[in-house]
Design a binder for this molecule. Sequence first.
Ligand code: ARG
Length: 587
Amino acid sequence: MKTVIENLSEIFMEAFEKAGYDKDFGRVVVSARPDLCQYQVNGAMSGAKQYHKSPMMIANDVMANISENEMIENVSLVAPGFINITVKDRFLTDYMQGMLTTPECGFEKTKTPQTIVFDYGGPNVAKPLHVGHLRSAVIGEALKRMNKFYGHKVIADIHLGDFGLQMGLIIHELSVRRPELCYFDESYQGEYPETAPFDLKDLEEIYPYASAKSKEDETYLAAARQATVELQEGRSGYRALWKHIMNVSLPDLKRNYQRLDVDFDYWLGESDADTYIPAMVNKMKDDGFAYISEGALVVDVKEDTDTAPIPPCIILKSDGSAIYETTDLATLVQREHDFKPGRVAYVVDKRQSLHFERVFRCAKKTGVVKPETELSFIGFGTVNGKDGKPFKTRSGGTMKLSEMLDLVENAVNIKDADQMNANEVLELKKIIGLAAVKYGDLMNPIESNYIFDLDKFASFEGNTGPYILYTMVRIKSILAKLREKNPEAIKGAKFGTITSASERDLALSLTRFSHTVTEAVKKDAPSMICSYVYEVANKFNVFYHDKKILAEENETALKSLVALIMLTLNTLDIAIQLLGFKAPEKM
Ligand code: ARG
């Protein structure tokens, strides 16, 4: 279905054209003054300069070209040249009937689908997931779902950090602790054991230990670097250890992401880009882009318009090893080869913006991607504690993601818990806790930092995930009651006359569903969907207090109310699914 704005814009664009003005000035927007009107056109003001006329004159000309139609109830002019619009109730109810009877609430998929790779998650193998990994997962998943719903072909790739120094650190530390293992014997010819010489617990101890030690001990760090280079170069014992590390870590990572209801089409990592490096490097050299500077192979990426110095992009370090830039560039080669994306979008901590700026410039300059390929850095802010500093455990350590989720689930207070069995309560806490975390994150603009406020996020009141779920469950329970008492009203749900301001208000928001999703997708802004669901939930609750739905005796009126709450539930249901969580049946 065309959006309401598109329908209205057609009328006004035509009127602008008929009156002799550029039709683009006739675009309709949602009213900035809901107390005065529902929609508005501001083009008369924008056109004033071009046509050397006052906005009021232009608006008057346009008004003269609006004829009686089925959509518009009232159009009025307000100085200095606003055209204010109110639509007919009948149009709203017909439109909602269309939404109720069309899949996906009438959302029309894009006619120009793109292939988009979303690079999010980005955990480093062998390090437990911590709070810092939350946002990439939550935001990336929402953007992926939104773009898929919009009609794009989306590919989610986790881009594991699995070939860098952290691997070298673990390998080196193991060689110190257990030098007798066959992995370290360079003359070893046999098969390597199938089971790893460590488990997850060991890894979770070894990595932080080695990482801390490398910061104090230069020789140790150099040895770990050397191990990293040898791993990348293919030393067989190290590759075998690497496989063990992957096999031990991945199931745990998968469990964590599953708990977040975040999933990926590809679990590729830096290591998968490795095979693309030599050819890429040679081409950059042959084409004259890469040159040696202070021993390293680099590509200049500074531009005349830069106001701050942008250091060259390092392709290979002086010891010949690949670094973060190298793997990101080679990954673009791989993505081009496998997926031919029109866009590659990275959901990463905003403090990495310079890294991506350099990688993007280098990729464009050297032809790693096509000139028209869109490379987007979607940088997010930090999750802070109430003290405004990065969120930590009580003792000041980094908090594991799983601990954080436990905390939230515990903070969810289920009112009728004593009337449910223990499993039900647990399941509910999981569902509500996830909504609390995801909504608490996504409601903020991506680039902003936010404060992780457990009590606020888990509250059933205010602008929170649980409040949205609570509203949805309220609707589900009304529908369940009716299904028993009066199934005909459910089966025959049909929009009739709007009889109150609160119904109309809710209708106005519901009919903006497609428009809102479209804008949110175009702006990479899940927060717009959060604002939308909050608006719909609030308007529903006002309506619910106004109207005793279950007491409605007139059958036609009842069917209309049922249609309204069904559509409310449907839109909320799709919207929260886009955000990455779901509602329980009861709570
Ligand atoms: N593993 C990286 C980190 O922990 C994040 C990866 C982000 N994605 C990328 N293509 N670089 O910082």
